[in-house]
Design a protein around this ligand. Structure first.
Ligand code: F6P
Length: 328
């Protein structure tokens, strides 16, 4: 059933990711195209509670499709976890005349939107924006493609110096609880070993693999370590462990950190963001709510937010097998 919505809010929430600006641009431009007012909500739920709003038109989002980060800023908001906080946010939205919103973020942001919809029957639509790629209901989250390309470029540079000095590097990458960035960028960068939380093969196996690499004539090695890895040792402790048990290696560490969250989005992320923004606005105007826009086999699909946040996406078993074969 079509809805009479005339004013839509848009905001970014949680860890930022490349492509968020492209999604904001698409939501704003779709509203302009459909003659709907669009209001930018700054700093996520915190800004919603404070009424930090600004009307956006088609020109407000010029020259941002190619920029990382988010012009609407982002934040994590403890107050929104409380009923009182959500009530304040609701009152602000009503005062501004906002009748629905599009939230661009990850699991935590979607959970907040779902609660908000349940408590106030307020129409919400989610666009998955996180470099982790850990949200059910979509093969890609905005920022993931850019992040794995950032990691591959960084590891290529690290490999230059590793091979010059015959060194072993432990490279830590983001992903909070999942190993998608580590596994995909690890295969893409030709890492000798990839440690992910979904497959804890233990330290003995790591030593055996490194011994085999050395014996096979490899003078340098790269081990990608997901930040959520469960060996029980962080990358600095892994360095010490290898130095103690395999003194043949000269070991160094590189923690890529938040650079993985920045950078100009890839074309894939820009196009995906543009498609998702249109779908989110049109779905709201069709009277739909409490869904996340996702992509499956190149087609856009809607998943109830309650299903999208149930668990993390699983590691691709076929890619895991490819990774094992490639480390021969
Ligand atoms: O969820 C995205 C993410 O970048 C994770 O990969 C990472 O663990 C986390 O955010 C870092 O959070 P913060 O930016 O708050 O330190």
């Amino acid at each position: 059933m079509a809805s009479e919505i005339k004013k839509i809010g848009v905001f970014t929430s949680g860890g930022d990711s490349p492509g968020m600006n492209a999604a904001i641009r698409s939501v704003v431009r779709t509203c302009a195209y459909l003659k709907i007012e669009c209001v930018g909500i700054y700093r996520g739920y915190q800004g919603m509670i404070e009424g930090d709003f600004k009307t956006l038109d088609a020109r407000s989002v010029n020259n941002i499709i190619n920029k990382g980060g988010t012009i609407l800023k982002s934040a994590r908001c403890e107050e929104f976890r409380t009923k009182q906080g959500r009530q304040k946010a609701y009152d602000q939205l009503i005062k501004e005349g906002i009748e629905a919103f599009v939230v661009i973020g990850g699991n935590g942001s979607f959970h907040g939107a779902m609660l908000f919809n349940e408590e106030f029957n307020f129409p919400v639509m989610g666009i998955p924006g996180t470099i982790d790629n850990d949200i059910l209901g979509t093969s890609y989250t905005l920022g993931y493609d850019t992040a794995i390309n950032t990691v591959v470029e960084a590891v290529d540079k690290i490999r230059d110096t590793a091979s010059s000095h015959n060194r072993l590097f432990f490279v830590e990458v983001m992903g909070r609880d999942v190993g998608h960035i580590a596994l995909n960028a690890g295969v893409g960068a030709g890492a000798e070993e990839i440690l992910i939380p979904e497959q804890n093969l233990g330290l003995e196996r790591l030593l055996e693999s490194l011994k085999r690499s050395k014996a096979s004539g490899k003078s340098s090695s790269i081990v990608i370590v997901a930040e959520g890895d469960r060996t029980g040792k962080n990358v600095f402790e892994l360095k010490e462990y290898v130095e103690q048990h395999l003194p043949i290696y000269d070991v160094r560490v590189s923690v890529l950190g938040h650079m993985q969250r920045g950078g100009n989005p890839t074309c894939y992320d820009r196009v995906l963001a543009s498609r998702m923004g249109v779908k989110a606005v049109e779905s709201l105007l069709e009277g739909k709510s409490n869904y996340m826009v996702g992509i499956r086999d190149t087609k856009l699909v809607l998943t109830p937010i309650a299903d999208a946040i149930k668990a993390h996406t699983e590691i691709d078993a076929e890619l895991l097998r490819v990774s094992d074969i490639m480390t021969t």
